[in-house]
Structures are given as C-alpha cells and as structure tokens.
Design a protein around this ligand. Structure first.
Ligand code: KMH
Ligand code: ZN
Length: 280
C-alpha cells in the first residue's frame, strides 16, 4: 500500500478512561453497547482509532480479560476503527493484569514510558515493566502506541528502541499526553520541546491535552504537523463550564480544527498503514 498522504490527520478517540465516574458523567460510555455506539458515531465523525478502557457492571474500571476480548470483538464487528486497548488501566491496577491485556489481541496497545505522578495518585510504570510489556507486544504482534507524559519519557523511548529494536510492524507511533498534574505542561512550548527530542525512528505522533489544555495542545500539534487524540478520557467540557455532550462532538471539533490546518481525517485503512498494521 502507498504511504499515507502527508495531509491526512489521524484522529484517535479516547471515549471513557478510568478516572471519571458514570455518576458524575452519565454521558460517559461505560457499557459495551454505549462503547460500540460511541465508536460508530466517532468513526462517522472522522475518528480512525479508538483507545479503550472498559468498565464492569457497576461502571467501575476493570481489566477483566473476558470483557476485553468481547469488547475487541464487538468493536471489530460493528466499526472499522483500529482497536487500541489501554494497558495503563487505572492507577489501582496491578502490573500483571496490565500485561495480560495483550491476551485480548487488540490491534494496538498503549505503552506508557515511565512512572508519573497522576494528580494525587501515582501511575506506575517501572522500567522493567515497560521492557516486559514492549517485548510482549513484539511477540504478540500488537502495535504499541508509546504514551509520553513528560520529557524524561521521551528519553526513555530512545533507550527502549535502542535496546529492543522496532515495534512489530516496523512503525513507531507516539502520543504526547500533556497537562496531567505531575506530567509535562499542556503548552505549545512543552510540545515543541517534546517533538524536537523524539527519536528519529518515530514515524508518527499525536498529542492530547488534558482538561483545559486541550485546545492549546490541539493547535500546537496541528502547527507541528502532528495527529490528534481527543475524547472524554481527557476532557469533559467543550468550553468553560459547558459539559461535553458526546465523544463525537469532540471528534467533530478535531475535524474542524484539522480542516483549518488543511488536514483531512484519515480513514481507518490509512491509519492501519500509518501504524504498520497492514499485515494483520
Ligand atoms: N488511566 C491512567 C492511569 C493508558 O491508557 O495507557 C493511565 C492511562 C494511560 O489512561
Ligand atoms: Zn487511557
């Protein structure tokens, strides 16, 4: 397949996350049915990949393997989206449960490059765990998306690729997760510094700004030719004090911003090519 045209914009939707409760945000997709419907709406709006966290019957975050497998199957059946499972889970998930996520055989998995203070909690990603998860993704032929919460994690990505080589599929895709209290700031300056330091092996990158940094990070990412991740995992207001109605609303806003920058939303097929998933 030919390379993806340079004007194409990968929009990843992260619809649920693990931090917001259904009670606080009834429009958060927490059931499988809601997640599939959200995926369909977001694909129609312009998303090409979905970053998935799932919930149990009480809407609490879970890494239950049966549910993860069911979720991957349902998203594959009812959408064309590239399915990325979170291996970050919630800050309370044990490392061994997070490794087991790959047993659900998603197209892609998130892979955070280091431990980060995460609000009042700690998002634990010790170096040996990062190495184990990366090698497992190579073995299982799952394409990782490297999540970079700070500049030190950009440096750690150099180290990981130097030690273990390229991901399965041969492409290196990163996502800058900016504005987490404890991680790098969600500013254009921080984004420019992180992008400047990315390894040469990186073939594509996206960025997302948490909370109120969402728009500044989106504009900075587009200015630097990057891709976008949006969704209710990362932001719950569409403007100051106005709740997000749906994930598709956030995707539609990313499409509009991309259009201003003369970027065209990428199809899931193009996203597969970008991420090195063509062989799958
Ligand atoms: N929920 C955060 C603790 C990921 O999905 O890999 C971690 C997170 C990153 O959301
Ligand atoms: Zn996540």
């Amino acid at each position: 397949m030919p390379d993806v045209p340079a004007d194409r914009l990968l929009i990843t939707v992260a619809p649920t996350g693990a931090e917001t409760s259904k009670q606080d945000c009834p429009q958060l997709p927490t059931t499988l049915e809601e997640l599939v419907r959200t995926g369909q709406e977001c694909e129609a709006a312009g998303a090409a990949m979905i970053h998935v966290h799932i919930r149990d019957d009480e809407h609490r975050p879970t890494l239950d393997l049966g549910r993860l497998k069911e979720t991957v199957a349902a998203l594959r059946e009812h959408t064309g989206l590239v399915v990325q499972l979170s291996t970050g889970g919630s800050v309370h998930d044990p490392l061994e449960d997070r490794l087991r996520v790959l047993d659900a055989q998603p197209d892609s998995c998130s892979l955070t490059m280091g431990t980060t203070n995460f609000g009042d909690d700690v998002f634990s990603n010790p170096w040996p765990f990062v190495c184990d998860l990366y090698q497992l993704s190579q073995e299982r032929q799952v394409v990782p998306e490297f999540e970079l919460f700070d500049l030190g994690q950009v440096h750690a990505l150099h180290r990981l690729l130097g030690r273990y080589g390229l991901p399965w599929g041969g492409k290196v895709h990163c996502d800058l997760v900016m504005g987490v209290p404890g991680g790098m700031n969600g500013t254009a300056d921080a984004l420019v510094a992180a992008v400047r330091d990315l390894p040469d092996a990186v073939t594509s990158w996206s960025a997302t700004g948490i909370g109120r940094s969402t728009l500044s990070v989106m504009m900075a990412a587009l200015s630097k030719g990057g891709h976008l991740r949006v969704g209710m995992e990362d932001v719950l207001t569409i403007s100051r004090g106005v709740p997000v109605e749906s994930n598709a609303q956030l995707v539609a806003r990313a499409v509009d911003a991309g259009r201003l920058a003369q970027r065209t939303p990428m199809t899931p097929q193009e996203a597969r090519s970008l991420l090195g998933l063509n062989g799958s």
